[in-house]
Design a protein. Structure first.
Length: 267
């Protein structure tokens, strides 16, 4: 892993956990403790984290880290989740996508699917999103119609939130919504760091005939500040194959189907 990829991965660990120790991060990212200390010092100079005795905490400047810092971490798992999600979409569907790296991967999977990439007089797919980066990536693809909710831009997650976003979502119907999460727990369901994002994510899910949580297995079992919903809103969780069988059963017992996607190249 190159240095910039490693630091991006460290920032995502902090984005998920809020605090991380040097030894913990070094083990997870497979580098020495000395290397991890140097990485933390560099990011502290950029005000993206605050050094503590033995580790680091997330800087107030970077409470929810931008998409650009997260793209490289657990890429294979997110790609597997994205491909599994894309297979649920049919031509002509209206698809809701919340913000996040996993939903960004889904947007790319949909944009490159052969039957959606064909030239034609009308768009093959409509995507409704409150994510500025997803809308920006897909706006150049004429075969996909983009509906971007209004709202106030969250400065670090690139998501639009607030009453204008709610107003748009309340006026439309969605066939299938894919909602990302910072944590997914069998008891609390999907959770995120920010209450405004949780509200918009839940509303998007409620406007859909079918709502799906998408999260790689590192998010499973985690609980964050603001609850989006569980089986009261979502019927399916798509994650990767590393999720424990016992955890799958817990979700199933609470009324949620679990799809454990296997990354390309795995047996």
């Amino acid at each position: 892993m190159k240095r910039h990829e490693r630091m991006n991965a460290l920032l995502e660990l902090l984005g998920d956990r809020g605090r991380v120790e040097v030894e913990e991060a070094a083990t997870e990212l497979e580098v020495s403790a000395a290397t991890m200390r140097r990485d933390m010092d560099t990011l502290a100079e950029q005000q993206l984290l605050v050094r503590t005795r033995g580790g680091a905490v997330l800087s107030s400047v970077a409470y929810d880290l931008p998409i650009r810092y997260k793209q490289g971490h657990r890429a294979a798992e997110k790609e597997a989740v994205a491909k599994a999600a894309a297979r649920l979409v049919e031509r002509g569907d209206v698809v809701g996508l919340s913000g996040g790296t996993t939903t960004t991967a889904i947007a790319r999977a949909l944009a490159t699917r052969a039957d959606f990439a064909e030239a034609g007089p009308q768009p093959h797919l409509t995507i409704v999103t409150n994510s500025l980066n997803i809308a920006s990536e897909l706006a150049v693809r004429p075969q996909i119609k983009i509906v971007l909710t209004g709202g106030v831009a969250h400065p670090r997650s690139y998501e639009l939130v607030g009453p204008f976003s709610e107003l748009v979502l309340q006026q439309i119907s969605i066939d299938i919504a894919f909602i990302g999460a910072n944590g997914v727990d069998p008891l609390r369901g999907a959770t995120v760091h920010d209450e405004a994002e949780a509200r918009i994510n839940r509303l998007m899910a409620e406007r859909a005939r079918r709502a799906v949580i998408v999260a790689d297995s590192s998010k499973i079992g985690e609980r964050c500040f603001a609850r989006v919903g569980d089986a009261d809103v979502f019927d399916t969780l798509i994650t990767d194959a590393a999720v424990a069988e016992e955890t799958r059963r817990e979700f199933t017992e609470r009324g949620m189907k679990v799809v454990a996607a296997r990354p390309s190249g795995d047996d």
